[in-house]
Ligand binder design. Structure first.
Ligand SMILES: Nc1nc2c(ncn2[C@@H]2O[C@H](COP(=O)(O)OP(=O)(O)O)[C@@H](O)[C@H]2O)c(=O)[nH]1
Ligand SMILES: [Mg+2]
Length: 367
């Protein structure tokens, strides 16, 4: 081998330290300058993260015997209409760009036993998210404080800081613009998936998706939704507003993602290329799908059910097995649908039925 006879190889063999030490120094310097900075990306937010000692890990339960194994029999894990009676755990999941006192107070008014409710939040890494996080932490600490013996505590609260992109502007006119929908809905899908897959446990029976701007619902929300015993069921999300003509408060539909597929919707989908999506509620794509928002009947039975093909995530109850079987929020066009509307399609493809309650109202904040 000619290379072994090279004079330089001979010199390295005689005085290895002289030649190898500078080389190692160079490698270390390169790592410090480039390696360190590329693996650690400074967040674009002023929020200070607490430094944890290396051995700190909240996820490892303490004082367990070394041979401890957790057993969960998923056959015995049920999601029944008598959820509270059967002590079924409900995981309430909220992606949170803003913290609203009205949302929190409404959450605290829910009268499902708190020792059966687990909360999960995901907050974007934006200055707005920093504000939301601070307020949320303060509110959670107040309730969960062991010295607060007056109020019942939630069995567990998880707050995640998002590691994926968010829209720069969360103003209603910007986030609702038609041209940003694919990007925004795809980001929201990733966000919802991160939240779901990090919080669902082997003991979770129900997942309630509740947006951070739902400010009013019946206190019996959880009991009412589970009572229908449906794999997926959506409340009808409305909004209160001042009617400029009558000068009185009135209500109007807000969430247009709860819909029944139409022939025109299917026809439009058949003309689209693989990458294209349909988002409901925009004049740019008139699908003529019947929207649950328009089916509200003030005099009707609050328990009226209707089958849906698309759902929104504002207030949506899901049997945990639907998610466990693999139904998630596609952040890519799935049958030309994305995020919560794609989730409904995926649940249906997995063999589950999807429902809505047109006369059961919850209210979205009015910006
Ligand atoms: N984590 C996270 N949550 C978000 C983001 N954008 C919106 N949200 C939350 O996701 C939910 C739905 O978003 P929202 O903007 O209210 O949708 P809209 O009501 O359909 O306009 C709300 O609870 C928001 O607070 C985001 O970028 N990251
Ligand atoms: Mg909203």
């Amino acid at each position: 081998m000619a290379i072994l006879k090279h004079p330089l190889v001979g010199q390295i063999r005689r005085k290895p330290a002289k030649y190898i030490a500078p080389f190692i120094g160079l490698v270390v310097l390169f790592y410090l300058v480039f390696g360190g900075s590329s693996s650690y990306k400074k967040p674009n937010s002023p929020y200070n993260y607490k430094k944890y000692s290396k051995d700190h890990n909240d996820l490892i339960p303490r004082n367990l015997p070394a041979d401890h194994i957790s057993h969960y029999d998923l056959n015995k894990l049920a999601s029944t209409p008598m959820a509270a009676y059967n002590k079924e755990r409900v995981l309430i999941l909220t992606p949170m760009a803003n913290f609203l006192d009205e949302y929190w107070n409404n959450l605290l008014r829910l009268n499902y036993p708190r020792e059966l409710i687990e909360l999960g939040f995901i907050v974007p890494r934006t200055p707005e998210g920093d504000q939301a996080l601070k307020k949320l932490e303060k509110a959670v600490k107040k309730i969960q404080n062991p010295e607060n013996t007056k109020e019942a505590k939630f069995v567990k609260v998880t707050i995640l800081r998002q590691d994926t992109e968010s829209l720069k502007s969360q103003l209603e006119k910007d986030r609702h613009a038609f041209k940003v929908q694919k990007e925004r809905r795809s980001q929201m899908a990733t966000t919802r998936n991160s939240l779901l897959f990090t919080t669902i446990g082997p003991y979770t029976s129900w997942v309630l998706w509740l947006d951070a701007d739902i400010v009013e619902s019946p206190p019996t929300l959880i009991q009412d939704l589970v009572a229908h015993d449906k794999p997926v069921i959506a409340a009808n999300c409305y909004q209160r507003y001042m009617n400029p003509e009558t000068k009185e408060m009135a209500i109007r539909p807000y969430d247009f993602n709860n819909w029944i597929e139409s022939d025109e919707g299917l026809r439009i989908a058949s003309t689209l290329s693989d990458d294209e999506i349909i988002v409901e509620g925009y004049a740019e794509i008139a699908t003529y799908r019947p929207l649950m928002g328009h089916f509200y009947d003030a005099a009707g039975d609050v328990n009226t059910e209707m089958q849906l093909d698309g759902v929104g995530g504002t207030c949506l109850m899901v049997k945990a097995d639907v998610h466990r079987d693999g139904a998630m929020f596609p952040n890519f066009p799935f049958y030309h649908l994305i995020e919560t509307e794609g989730f409904a399609k995926m649940a249906k493809r997995l063999g589950y039925e999807v429902f809505g309650l047109p006369n059961y109202l919850v209210y979205h904040f009015n910006e």
